[in-house]
Design a protein around this ligand. Sequence first.
Ligand code: HEM
Length: 192
Amino acid sequence: MPRSRNSSRSPRSREETSSWPYHHDRDLTGFIDGTENPTLLDAPDVVLIPDGSPGAGGTILLLQKWIHDSQAWESLSVEKQELVIGRRRSDSIELDAKPDDSHVAITDQDRFGKIFRRNMPFGTVTVHGTMFVGFSADQQRLVAMLESMAGLASGTRDALTAFVRPVTGAYYVVPSSDALRRWVADESDDRL
Ligand code: HEM
């Protein structure tokens, strides 16, 4: 593929979003974040594209900004919030009988496959929300979860979406560090 004349220009930041920790390890819903994440030992198997596939060693990232209706969310009782998420707010234990439209039922990884994610709170007193950062070796798992949240999988929409709405969202290919090193070396050779 021909290289662009501008390929050696430094990339410019187009947007910057600052996040902050909320009650140590909670997301902006007040629930513990990442309970069902794989451990850091298992995460590479979940997120890294396997050897022999295009992009091996890299990963697929879904990055999305969700704005929260905090007034509506905080006016729910803790019991009602727990039915929306499908876990207990205090310790993140999964409810014995979680509703079909609860967030963890709708994004069930036993059904859609494993991902690794982090919900980072961002914003100001007036406008704030969650920056969803989700990695997977397979984009389809993330697509299937989003479709399920929108109600396309079973006809049941994620109860959480009554309180949060996505305002941005994109998939990114994150190359492996080996691939980036090779690319930089190729660029340097071209300039000689
Ligand atoms: C405002 C946006 C979101 C919020 C506040 C949120 C919050 C939560 C919370 C509180 C949990 C339960 C604790 C945990 O396991 O981390 C959870 C679980 C989960 N979320 Fe989200 N989430 C959001 C968006 C998403 C999106 C966009 C996806 C996927 C595309 C997703 C996928 C998952 C998965 C896979 C689980 C674990 C389900 C299981 O138990 O297997 N979430 N989320």
